[in-house]
Design a protein around this ligand. Structure first.
Ligand code: HEC
Length: 163
């Protein structure tokens, strides 16, 4: 191979890697349960993401969530919680790991905010998964919205006051 070809190839690879990194740093996801699972799995959220500020690992849960819970947030949600503006920003992603009393992971729930997705209910996309990533339910899930609507003035979230 010519030296120039090698140089060009190296530049091309470097740019591709930088671009892929940039793309993966953007959360922007479609309202699609499988795509969101793919993203959070690759992100290795349970190891790499922060927990919702001031929530404890394996805190006691309430029905229909698990007996023990971990709540994780992406950077957008984390910034929104700190900003105390009463709402979380678009692209906030919150994950709840639901464990039974024996600390076995039973299911995973998510809320992901997408601009214009469901304005009357806070623009949240909801999904529930089995621990191996099978989508149990997804979308504008009535059951989730009905209960979380008790927190409508707090952008549908329970874990802390947003103002
Ligand atoms: C009967 C009420 C109720 C229902 C139904 C419900 N939740 Fe929740 N959810 C809660 C409560 C209470 C919390 C706070 C739990 C804690 O202490 O960490 C919570 C927390 C969460 C959180 C963490 C963010 C927050 O609100 O603090 C997510 C994500 C979540 N729920 C997703 C879901 C999904 C997805 C569904 C439907 C499949 C659902 N929930 C159904 C009551 C409910």
């Amino acid at each position: 191979m010519k030296r120039r070809t090698i140089v060009l190839a190296v530049i091309f690879i470097a740019v591709s890697i930088a671009f892929a990194g940039w793309v993966s740093a953007q959360t922007k996801l479609a309202p699609n349960g499988a795509a969101v699972w793919d993203f959070i799995k690759k992100a290795d959220y349970a190891k790499k993401w922060k927990m919702w500020p001031d929530t404890k690992p394996m805190h006691r849960g309430v029905d229909p969530h698990g007996a023990l819970l971990n709540v994780y947030v992406n950077d957008a949600a984390l910034k929104g919680i700190a900003a105390k503006k009463g709402k979380l920003p678009v692209e906030s992603l919150v994950i709840i790991d639901n464990f039974n009393a024996q600390k076995k992971l039973e299911f995973i729930g998510i809320m992901y905010k997408i601009k214009g997705y469901n304005p009357k209910d806070g623009d949240w996309f909801w999904a529930q998964y089995t621990p191996d990533g099978k989508v149990v339910e997804e979308g504008k899930i009535d059951e989730c919205i009905r209960c979380h609507a008790a927190q409508k003035s707090n952008d549908y979230v329970y874990s802390s006051k947003l103002k």
